[in-house]
Write a protein that binds this ligand. Structure first.
Ligand code: HEM
Ligand SMILES: *[C@@H]1O[C@H](CO)[C@@H](O)[C@H](O)[C@H]1NC(C)=O
Ligand SMILES: *[C@@H]1O[C@H](CO)[C@@H](O)[C@H](O)[C@H]1NC(C)=O
Ligand SMILES: *[C@@H]1O[C@H](CO)[C@@H](O)[C@H](O)[C@H]1NC(C)=O
Length: 497
């Protein structure tokens, strides 16, 4: 009896202490933190998050907790911004505060923090500015970027023609063409499609891509929840990490070759331009332009520019098989504006509103990076009524913007009408944010849009797509929807027109 009494008193004291501690904490924080579901120690909100469709889970949470809420990925706290208004307020109206890169463990492991994608502060500013101007002035060398893309489109079309209407998975053709554009910008030249070195490089990154398979994608996503444990476990994430290391070595080798053959008066490519900049900054011991940042920046452009654009194109070719009437309309526009005697160029786009609308709708529909790439706040930040401490990870959800049902009625349906006025002209939308917005907006947006437009029109100028299954049965929903949206694997034949 007495023991029971003691225990009760002990428990009561404990509860009182806990309550006191809780109220002290909320007083000391003074300001309101974004609400969210109750988390469990270590595993966080894993019970509320469906790993096969994370964006859908966050949509449900936003219906309960509003447009700004907190979740825990494992022990990692994340503030989610859901909906156009909050994403725009954060990335554009409070652009500086939200300009940090939040490095989830896998991202940090792969990109290592010294290139453009994962760096922060002055290093990020310097490297990003340099990359943007160098990409823009790329009249350097013999050809403009547009000419390089047209040339590559010809090689791609030629290669497709050689398949003689046999059905095949066009994934590797698309990856080779897209990565050749980045290669010619950073390494000075494209590679032959049969080049052994090139194929090894691409295999490492893409063709045997560990993310082709849904279980592997899940494992890599899990890495972000439990990095310390996963570091010790075998699995596709280890292969991914090892492969990126190999690509790093490949890049270093090319840089050394460039150093040996550099003519400062005549830079051949991005690497030469960077080497010149290193020379200019030689006296500055704090310079951000070093062989290390050059390697990482080169690798960043390669990694950020290849998978994104090639997956978009590959996914687009699947979607178009489902809608032969859309392909017919594009081809009518191609025949009217470009004809059959020359390659498509960017100047054609303004006269091709339907094709332009389809290109936009492909990017909106597939929603390639539903979570964006994570951000952080670079200082303690007041956002709406909430207080967000410095370095908190932020997900400015692009899927919530691209699937807004007021701006895009029936957002789950593929419909080029989302980007067309009633009179058939192109309809611009502020909600078109597949490249994000604000200070971190994709550094390759212009390049990617040029590639998508020219590759797509060149393919449809020369071929009609024929699916191996009834086009009505084609499933255009993503394979799994986690950190990226991938198309289901498919085969298609290209019939010459
Ligand atoms: C369809 C193709 C592409 C899509 C959908 C895409 C999307 C994105 C997104 C959503 C981000 C994160 C933006 C943010 O943090 O707010 C990003 C960043 C970035 N992208 Fe792209 N991207 C594409 C193609 C490219 C290409 C071709 C390049 C190559 C030049 C590239 C280079 C980069 C770089 C360097 C960053 C990091 C920017 C920074 O942290 O300051 N991207 N991209
Ligand atoms: C990729 O896969 C193919 C066949 O599936 C194999 O022959 C090749 O060696 C693989 N490449 C790499 C880099 O693992
Ligand atoms: C694609 O079609 C156009 C128009 O018919 C033609 O000018 C061009 O040579 C074709 N491209 C290839 C690589 O055959
Ligand atoms: C087409 O409609 C849009 C919006 O409804 C309008 O802004 C544009 O001027 C129209 N263009 C033509 C050529 O009628």
């Amino acid at each position: 009896m007495e023991l029971l009494g003691m225990t009760t008193i002990f428990l009561l004291v404990c509860i009182a202490c806990l309550l006191l501690f809780a109220s002290w904490r909320s007083i000391s924080q003074k300001e309101k933190q974004p609400p969210g579901p109750i988390m469990l120690p270590t595993v966080g909100n894993i019970l509320q998050l469906n790993p096969w469709n994370l964006p859908e889970s966050l949509k449900k949470l936003s219906e309960k907790y509003g447009s700004v809420f907190t979740i825990y990925l494992g022990p990692q706290k994340v503030v989610v911004l859901y909906g156009y208004d909050v994403v725009k307020e954060a990335l554009i109206d409070q652009a500086d505060d939200f300009s940090g890169r939040g490095n989830l463990p896998l991202l940090k492991k792969l990109f290592q923090g010294t290139g453009i994608v994962t760096s922060n502060g002055e290093t990020w500013k310097q490297l990003r500015r340099f990359a943007l101007t160098t990409l823009r002035d790329f009249g350097m060398g013999k050809k403009s970027i547009e000419e390089r893309i047209q040339e590559e489109a010809n090689f791609l079309v030629e290669r497709i023609r050689n398949t003689h209407e046999r059905p095949f998975n066009p994934g590797s053709f698309v990856v080779h063409a897209v990565s050749n554009i980045i290669c010619s910008i950073i390494f000075g030249d494209r590679f032959d499609y049969e080049d052994k070195k090139f194929l090894t490089l691409i295999d490492l990154l893409e063709e045997n891509n560990t993310l082709q398979n849904s279980v592997q994608t899940q494992v890599c996503t899990l890495y972000n929840f439990f990095p310390t444990v996963m570091d010790y476990l075998p699995g596709p994430h280890q292969k991914l990490i090892k492969n990126v290391d190999k690509v790093n070595e490949f890049t270093l080798e090319i840089i050394e070759n460039h150093q040996k053959t550099l003519d400062p008066t005549c830079p051949r490519d991005f690497i030469d331009a960077f080497l010149n900049k290193m020379e200019q900054e030689k006296g500055n011991s704090h310079s951000d332009f070093t062989v290390e940042t050059l390697t990482r920046t080169t690798l960043d452009l390669f990694l950020a520019g290849t998978g994104t654009t090639s997956t978009t194109l590959r996914y687009g070719l699947l979607i178009l098989q489902k809608y032969p009437e859309i392909v017919e309309k594009i081809q009518k526009e191609i025949d009217g504006v470009i004809g059959r005697d020359r390659s498509p160029c960017m100047a054609d786009r303004s006269q091709m509103p339907y094709t332009d609308a389809v290109a936009h709708e492909i990017q909106r529909f597939i929603d390639f990076l539903p979570f964006n790439v994570p951000h952080t706040v670079i200082k303690d930040t007041k956002f709406r009524d909430y207080f967000i401490p410095k370095d908190t990870i932020i997900f400015p959800m692009l899927s919530s913007v691209l699937h807004d049902s007021k701006e895009f009625p029936n957002p789950e349906k593929f419909d080029p009408g989302h980007f067309l006025n009633a009179n058939g002209t192109f309809k611009k939308s502020d909600y078109f944010m597949p490249f994000s917005a604000g200070k971190r907006i994709c550094a390759g947006e212009g390049l990617a849009r040029m590639e998508l437009f020219i590759f797509l029109t060149a393919i449809l100028q020369n071929f009609t797509l024929k699916s191996v299954v009834d086009h009505k049965d084609i499933d255009i929903s993503p394979l799994v929807s986690t950190l990226v949206n991938m198309p289901r694997p498919y085969e298609v034949s290209f019939l010459p027109r």
